[in-house]
Design a protein around this ligand. Structure first.
Ligand SMILES: *Cc1c(COP(=O)(O)O)cnc(C)c1O
Length: 457
């Protein structure tokens, strides 16, 4: 082990924790494109959005100007239950790789929901409660978001209705039961409880569902039931805002020891953890105060950034949600059976999409078996059993550290370790048994979905 003075884990003191979220849009010259009404193709007004989302969250969604938004005391109190999260120096991994690079990871898996998603779940539940609502509806794929939201809702005494993609509902009973333990009602999607669910079931008998379809059902229930609003765990501007707590803590911890990262790496599903992690660093980059090499990592099976197009698209299968301008594969795209449930969305955060289009960050895609090789290598030396999603970032951090070994560069690499993988052991089992494949969609397949993008001028 090195004799470096940097502690193995850097924790902030309670009074060093962020008091405000940072809104990177305030420093963006090119703002992310507005959400559009799917009928009129005009920008969604606060009033229109207010039918679906809580009022304070609508304000945050539309706020392109205020750099800092105070974190309410109640949310800060909840954060204290599991934050600050540690910034860990990966001494053991560095030694194993024999790299001159210095590797740090920000670990967000240290709460029962097992991921960073709780950071936004508690914020969204808080504003719903503040507005006097009865409850919220949402979708979940593998279950991380639903779990986080059910924890937040039980803490605040709100009702929580979760539409869970049917295949996960049936194949992943553990997360489903965690949600029910926290008092949420969990419905397999497509269900027969909604008009859109009935329609999808009639058109595709026996379908096992998709995230886009579960979103449509959750929105329908929120809109039809007085006292309910819909909440979403990623993609939206407001979610990146809440997740900025990850980046602010990371930056404060690095600043405390005068560490300047060269490279910041994160996995990207809808973009919320990566957007949150990079926000304060991107802010410095946008203001011309510092430069960082920022890398989004996505699965080769769902390559929104690296092979998608930057265009307005539907956020859901039922086409009830506003249109978002984003890097997208098309809203009908359903990735092959990869095991990173949190990285299967067809689109990407509009904020990150704009930053990527402006050349302020880059993206790489990685194959599933290579991701699990990295996950296992990491687990064996660092001890933490990583989520498959998080392991995408581990893969690229290791690859970059190995490049440093070739060149002798002592780069400082920071990556986001978004969660733990205890509920993903079937995926690990497939990997161990050599039964995991690396399906990569062909150009022809991608073109087919792209052809169905809505025409917006
Ligand atoms: C949901 C999830 C992700 C991906 O979501 P983003 O919004 O892109 O951050 C990554 N890691 C874990 C553990 C997740 O649960």
């Amino acid at each position: 082990m090195s004799e470096n003075k940097i502690p193995y884990k850097i924790y902030l003191e309670e009074d060093e924790m962020p008091r405000a979220w940072y809104n990177v849009r305030a420093d963006m010259k090119n703002k992310p494109a507005p959400l559009l009404n799917p009928g009129t193709h005009q920008p969604m007004t606060a009033e229109e959005l207010g039918g679906v989302f809580c009022a304070d969250l609508v304000a945050q969604e539309l706020d392109n100007d205020n750099a800092y938004i105070e974190i309410p005391q109640e949310i800060r109190d909840f954060y204290k239950m599991y934050r600050p999260s540690p910034l860990v120096r990966a001494y053991c991994l560095e030694e194993k790789l024999q790299t001159p690079a210095k590797i740090y990871y920000k670990f967000e898996g240290n709460n029962t929901s097992g991921s960073h998603k709780l950071n936004s779940a508690i914020a969204q539940a808080y504003y719903a409660k503040k507005q006097g609502l009865k409850g919220v509806t949402t979708e979940t794929g593998a279950g991380q978001w639903g779990t986080a939201l059910s924890m937040a809702c039980s803490y605040l005494g709100l009702d929580c209705k979760v539409f869970m993609v049917k295949v996960s509902y049936e194949q992943k009973p553990f997360r489903r039961e965690v949600m029910r333990t926290y008092g949420a009602s969990v419905t397999p999607s497509p269900s027969m409880d909604t008009e859109i669910g009935k329609k999808i079931n009639a058109e595709h008998p026996g379908t096992t569902g998709s995230l886009g379809c579960a979103i449509s059902e959750a929105v329908e229930v929120a809109v039809k039931n007085p006292g309910y609003r819909y909440v979403l765990g990623s993609v939206l501007n407001q979610v990146l805002l809440h997740q900025s707590v990850i980046g602010l803590e990371t930056k404060a911890a690095l600043d405390k020891y005068n560490i300047k990262p060269d490279m910041i790496i994160g996995c990207a599903g809808g973009g919320s953890n990566l957007g949150g992690l990079i926000s304060p660093f991107m802010g410095e980059k946008l203001r011309g105060e510092a430069d960082y090499d920022i890398i989004a990592v996505e699965p080769s099976s769902c390559p929104s950034f690296t092979r998608g197009v930057y265009a307005y698209d539907f956020a859901d299968t039922g086409m009830v949600c506003p249109l978002a301008k984003m890097y997208t594969l098309g809203s009908d795209f359903i990735p092959s059976a990869n095991h990173a449930g949190g990285l299967r969305y067809h689109g990407m955060s509009p904020i990150l999409s704009q930053l990527y289009d402006d050349g302020l960050m880059r993206a790489v895609s990685v194959e599933q078996t290579k991701v699990f090789e990295a996950a296992e290598q990491f687990a064996r030396v660092e001890g933490i059993l990583p989520a498959p999603e998080s392991s995408h970032a581990i893969r690229v951090a290791i690859d970059e550290a190995l490049k440093c070994k070739e060149t002798g560069e002592e780069k400082t690499i920071v990556f986001g370790l978004t969660g733990t993988g205890y509920f993903d052991m079937v995926a690990y089992e497939k990997f161990h048994n050599g039964e995991m494949d690396d399906y990569i969609p062909t150009d022809e397949e991608l073109a087919k979905y792209r052809a169905k993008l809505p025409k917006v001028d």
